[in-house]
Design a protein around this ligand. Structure first.
Ligand SMILES: NC(=O)c1ccc[n+]([C@@H]2O[C@H](COP(=O)([O-])OP(=O)(O)OC[C@H]3O[C@@H](n4cnc5c(N)ncnc54)[C@H](O)[C@@H]3O)[C@@H](O)[C@H]2O)c1
Length: 260
């Protein structure tokens, strides 16, 4: 058991992909999950699909401080406590950096960076009153590597890692640990759809990745669950890379593999 059962955990972006997979893992361990996602119906349906009881689905837009505050008010009214959050809401919107619009850049930064900040700030009062807790934000390989046509996304994820370090130091007195998880390629429904429709060729990803495949969302969820749990009690301010070795891999050119 990695998490104390009966913890209350809020997950933004919890109706899909990594957020939903994490919600399932945590619910299987007996925790109560608040699924915070854009669409109220989808959030409620995701909460209802989780094993166990006491789950909650709340329509939440992480680009709105009012909406995030209302979500934590709903959690307070239902449970009166909070033990952890996962900031997993996100979108992708690739565009060449020379021509990307201000609107697209601002939206990416608003959802990924400001959204994570709003989630952390919104959770702070209830986490502190509950005696502390753990915050886990989704970063990405985009915070480490130059991934073309992802300017807003990469800047936002780099900002998330700076936010994590800042809050980790500042919120120690409240008993709150703050970390990030940085995946590379994860087979979420959106990515699987891109592959199936021929927009994304999986081969270069698989050959660049030493483990030779995309991650399953549950493999990211397992690391998030560890960071939420007391098993990671001495880990704070970190961004944990979960990428099958992709970012440490230097693919050796064929000609250099054998001595002449
Ligand atoms: N899938 C990957 O390969 C990958 C890799 C690295 C990082 N990540 C990060 O992991 C997180 C989850 O990604 P995913 O692949 O599971 O995506 P996903 O599309 O499956 O899920 C994202 C969820 O966020 C929700 N969302 C979007 N905008 C929102 C808003 N304004 N307010 C509230 N909810 C909102 C969506 O409705 C959706 O349910 C994202 O932050 C993403 O950047 C994903």
């Amino acid at each position: 058991m990695r998490t104390p059962t009966d913890s209350v955990i809020a997950i933004s972006g919890g109706a899909s992909g990594i957020g939903l997979a994490t919600a399932r893992l945590l619910a299987e361990e007996g925790n109560r999950i608040a699924v915070l996602d854009l669409d109220g119906g989808k959030s409620e349906a995701a909460a209802a699909s989780l094993p166990g009881e006491g789950h909650l689905g709340v329509a939440t837009d992480v680009t709105s401080t009012e909406s995030v505050t209302a979500a934590f008010d709903a959690i307070r009214a239902r449970h009166g406590r909070l033990d952890g959050i996962v900031a997993a809401a996100g979108i992708v919107d690739p565009s060449p950096s020379a021509t990307v619009t201000d609107q697209s850049l601002q939206r990416l930064i608003d959802i990924h960076l400001m959204g994570a900040i709003r989630m952390a700030r919104g959770a702070y009062p209830l986490l502190s009153e509950s005696g502390g807790g753990s915050i886990v934000c989704l970063s990405s390989m985009g915070a480490r590597l130059g991934v073309a046509e992802r300017l807003g996304y990469n800047v936002a994820k780099t900002g998330v890692e700076g936010m994590v370090r800042t809050l980790a130091v500042e919120w120690v007195p409240a008993g709150i640990r703050v970390n990030a998880v940085a995946p590379a390629w994860v087979k979420t429904p959106a990515i699987a759809g891109l592959i199936d429709s021929g927009f994304l060729d999986p081969e270069p990803v698989e050959s660049r990745t030493p483990l030779g495949r995309f991650a399953d969302p549950e493999e990211i969820g397992q690391v998030i669950a560890f960071l939420l749990s007391p098993a990671s009690s001495y880990v704070t301010g970190q961004s944990v890379t979960v990428d099958g070795g992709m970012t440490i891999h230097f693919p050796l050119p064929k000609a250099e593999r054998q001595p002449a």
